[in-house]
Write a protein that binds this ligand. Structure first.
Ligand code: F6R
Length: 610
């Protein structure tokens, strides 16, 4: 995914920006670029491929600029190439822009500017922003940027510089993160799309909200709203560890962590994909290929949300790697006197690594000689010490009691592990590559889902007063519906059940009347027809139906009271985006019902009692 980094201050802007870009590498990218101002001239350099190529190109150009903005690009509009790489420039080559996001009306704006005689060199939507700002520029860069923003539709995090303003970076945000870092004493200003890239001591940071624009200069920042009125924004100290555990500008940790998922998923697969061989690798997996090949049976142990991730992984491991796999609720499993043979692998999933039921079950299987692979978020936790090997989620601290980003990171890591196991067995390289391509699309798709959050909030407003919900799904969507229901009940205290859609006619249909809301999770193509018939049965009994379905699904309007269309995703991975919709729905219902989202009743983040 794209990343932005900018710096104004006494140190070498090129060196600081390159270091910043390196912290953004985990997001994935295919090209990079940098622009700065030196003696009233705009200088730039771009390169395809790795940041190393940009560094090499820069050495040759010996840039010695007074400030700089830099970018890593992950192609959306236009091929990965030097031309399409950011920064982009206005018609006079005076303005440089780096941009994350999508400008939905770029074609309209492009045509409008072409009529004014402005020509384009790239296929990107981002070039339109530079051209538009250039078009409006009459000596005031903030004013020109604001004017351009009012014409743009879509979402963005961006940074802008102009050759006649060598001490100023302008930054703006809508639905894309922009964080500004400041050190007044050292006379330094930073801008980035990712707080993790601000790897500096003694920084005051602030996060831009939608439609805010910041003017960043040495050790100073001013923030303006859409009407160019100045806003007094509170900054906070960036203590790297603590900051990661701060809410930033979000009202609740839950919403912050839901919104982080494009980045956390990207981090979960960063450096773990081997595209050439269509497989995966893990930096600290101590089980050898021979160990993994000897596995004939897998038992997954977990609780709550992590158990739901385990159910999805069990289907995936059977489906793709053809290894018989069961997911077990840890608190039940430990009383089962399980059969553990030499060729059984146990996977224990726990965000915290401290859930006592899971740890107790791990101890039980270890006492029977099992090898245990941990899937965990928290380093140095009990699970990581007791498991034979651990795969980390890299999701950053999850503070919200409702697990959100950890769940989708668990699914990502487990999908990669299933791929590795499948490739060691029957799966072809080509199938593996197709699976990886689908996985790599997820962060961009999740951005599109997050951009629908207002629609989801409206749905939540409409249905928040109902007291009974069923989440229905089939195949991979069944565990996703269990997770959707868990989120709703734990955060808004509503009676919500996840159920396999096909089972409704074996009893639960008796509960359906106009007071029941059914969320139909139609994310699996293979079971779509059956799923639609099940929803029809709900409709026939006057149940209220909200359908979540891929774009262009036909025949839904007669069945559903409300429909939320989502981008198309393969069946195996659809539980990731569909669960994020459920997370947002649960969050906004809780907001409507006024529950204490950061401290829901009777719940703790880490359950260390049996
Ligand atoms: C639900 C939730 C819990 C946890 C469960 C296991 O939102 O957070 O259901 O998933 O307590 O916790 P970990 O994964 O830390 O073992």
């Amino acid at each position: 995914m794209c990343g932005i980094f900018g710096y104004v201050g006494p140190r070498s802007p090129i060196a600081v920006c390159l270091a910043g870009l390196k912290h953004l590498e985990y997001r994935g990218y295919d090209s990079s670029g940098i622009a700065g101002i030196q003696s009233g001239e705009l200088l730039w350099c771009k390169a395809s491929g790795k940041i190393r190529s940009l560094e090499e190109a820069l050495e040759k150009k010996l840039l010695n600029v007074e400030l700089a903005i830099a970018h890593t690009r992950w192609a959306t509009h236009g091929q990965p190439s030097q031309e399409n790489a950011h920064p982009h420039f206005d018609d006079q080559n005076q303005i440089a822009v780096v941009h994350n996001g999508i400008i939905e009306n770029h074609q309209f704006l492009r045509n409008m500017l072409k009529k004014e005689g402005i020509s384009f060199y790239s296929e990107t939507d981002s070039e339109v922003i530079a051209k538009l700002i250039g078009h409006f520029y009459k000596g005031d860069l903030l004013d020109a940027t604001q004017k351009a923003l009012t014409l743009m539709r879509g979402f963005w995090g961006l940074a802008v510089i102009h050759k006649d303003h060598p001490g100023t970076i302008i930054a703006a945000a809508r639905e894309n993160p922009i964080v500004i870092g400041m050190n007044a004493q050292r006379m330094e200003g930073f801008v980035s799309s990712d707080v993790h890239a601000l790897n500096e001591r003694d920084l005051d940071v602030m996060f831009l909200r939608n439609d805010e624009v910041a003017v960043i200069s040495q050790g100073k920042v001013e923030v303006f709203d859409q009407t160019s009125s100045i806003i007094q924004k509170q900054s906070e100290k960036l203590d790297l560890e603590e900051e990661r555990a701060s809410k930033g500008d979000y009202p609740h940790y839950m919403l912050k962590e839901i919104s982080e998922q494009p980045e956390t998923i990207q981090r979960a697969f960063h450096n773990r994909l081997i595209a050439n061989f269509g497989t995966a690798e893990f930096e600290n997996l101590t089980l050898s290929s021979a160990d993994l090949l000897s596995v004939k049976r897998i038992i997954i142990l977990a609780c709550g949300t992590s158990y739901h991730a385990g159910l999805i992984a069990a289907s995936l491991l059977e489906d793709k790697a053809r290894i018989p796999t069961v997911a077990e609720i840890a608190s039940e499993f430990r009383y089962k006197n399980p059969i553990i043979s030499e060729d059984t692998l146990v996977i224990a999933i726990s965000q915290s690594g401290e859930t006592l039921d899971t740890i107790a079950a791990v101890r039980e299987v270890k006492s029977k000689g099992a090898k245990v692979l941990g899937i965990c978020n928290v380093r140095h936790s009990t699970l990581t010490r007791e498991a034979d090997s651990t795969l980390f989620l890299r999701a950053g601290p999850e503070i919200s009691v409702c697990s959100t980003k950890a769940f989708t990171s668990q699914l990502t890591v487990l999908a990669l592990f299933a791929l590795l196991m499948a490739r060691l067995r029957h799966m072809s390289k080509e199938e593996g590559q197709t699976f990886l391509e689908e996985l790599e699309k997820l962060p961009a798709l999740i951005h599109l889902i997050l951009a629908q959050k207002e629609k989801i909030a409206l749905l939540a407003q409409k249905y928040a007063h109902f007291e009974n919900f069923f989440f229905l799904g089939r195949h991979y969507m069944f565990p996703a519906s269990l997770e959707g229901a868990l989120k709703l009940k734990e955060i808004s205290y509503i009676n919500a059940q996840g159920y396999p859609a096909g089972e409704m006619k074996h009893g639960p249909n008796a509960l359906i009347d106009s007071s029941l809301v059914v969320i139909g999770m139609c994310g699996n193509e293979r079971t779509m027809d059956k799923m639609l018939s099940n929803l029809m049965e709900v409709k026939a009994r006057q149940g209220r139906v909200i359908a979540l379905a891929p774009e262009n699904t036909e025949n839904l309007t007669e069945i559903a009271d409300d429909i939320l269309f989502l981008p198309k995703v393969c069946d195996e991975l659809a539980s990731i985006p569909y669960s994020i919709v459920c997370q947002l729905f649960a969050y906004y219902v809780a907001v409507q019902r006024g529950t204490d989202i950061d401290q829901p009743r009777n719940l703790a983040k880490s359950v260390t009692v049996e």
